[in-house]
Write a protein that binds this ligand. Sequence first.
Ligand code: F6P
Length: 395
Amino acid sequence: MMKNQKKIGILTSGGDCPGLNAIIRAVVKYANIKEWEIFGIPRGTDGFIDVARGKVQGDDLKLQPHGYDVPGVLQGLDILQFMSGSVLGSLSRGNPKDENVTKDILEGYKILELDALIAIGGDGSLDIIYDLAKKGNWNLVVIPKTIDNDVAFTERSVGFDTARNTVTQALYDLTFTAASHERIMVVQVMGRDAGHLALHSGIAGGADCILISELTPKLTEKTIEGICKYIAKLRKDRRKFALVVIAEGVQGLDNKKDPYIAETLANLITEYSHRLCLNDNVNYEDLDQVDTRATILGHLQRCGVPSSFDRILATVFGIKAVHLIEEERYNRLVIWQNGSVESKSLEQIMPMIKWCHQEQTCPSPVDPEGFMVRTALSLGIYIGESHFYPDNISS
Ligand code: F6P
């Protein structure tokens, strides 16, 4: 028999992103209408440890609809959905290795007597929390979030759209200083394993070159020369500046991850351009003028007021999670598919996700033959020495 009144927990796990609070707000609002009890677990699964060790009591964690502690005439303002970050705090510490830690997490869940848990996380968190849920026999519903948009089986994760707007705006802003100084701006965009953010915002922000690890796993001499030749072509067409977007997942010439890959590439572009200029090739004669600067956008990409799409997605996902719990359809990932909200069984999808993690490959990378890559190519954007790239532009 279904229980009408439920006690549910909610937590945010992994890197934060805009829209987390909008999910929490939607869940709390709807659960409150149903007169369910909702517990906000602080700092990801670590909050359960605090409960197990008696540092916090269940009652301290109860969440109410927000807004009544805003002072003055703004009292009642439902501000939570507009704020980035997570009011619950988040954790990206990896799998708990210590068995006592796991024991305490499971114990904390038990003490709270939860009927279900809504975990908001990326694919790394999903993997960890799925294992905990199996061990503790939890009723789990997962909501995907990450600015990287690389959670498998969902077309969109909460946070991606806002980050895409942030990077697009940054590229627009950088265009004017780049143009004023006739410079090449190399911009490093987040996306540890996936290039969605770099590719989308590069297209929207008017980038001339976009390097993502799905197409350019590492820098090569050929790629750097390709960029320099592309710059030479732009200069011939009287565009003296350029925007080069590089996803942080692209490795350096030495096959290693480089936290300052934009800086490295900017220096290489200068060096190779000047070197090409020494060739007696009329096409490269003014490449000695090439001047580069690097910008690492960093964690600014995880900030900002969530876009309306992210707020809608967050809200729809939050409500869907509550519906699933109401129907007692547990152990599911809420997903966005064909412009609508759906869910998938974790039992079905986890083997593939776990295999990807084992093999250290991204569960949802950019499709090298997909329409976004083709769009970039059709605009004449240099995307590396991939086989799609028309020879006449790179030579
Ligand atoms: O997973 C999102 C992400 O923004 C990645 O693109 C990035 O590599 C990572 O988080 C950085 O996270 P942190 O600095 O919090 O470890």
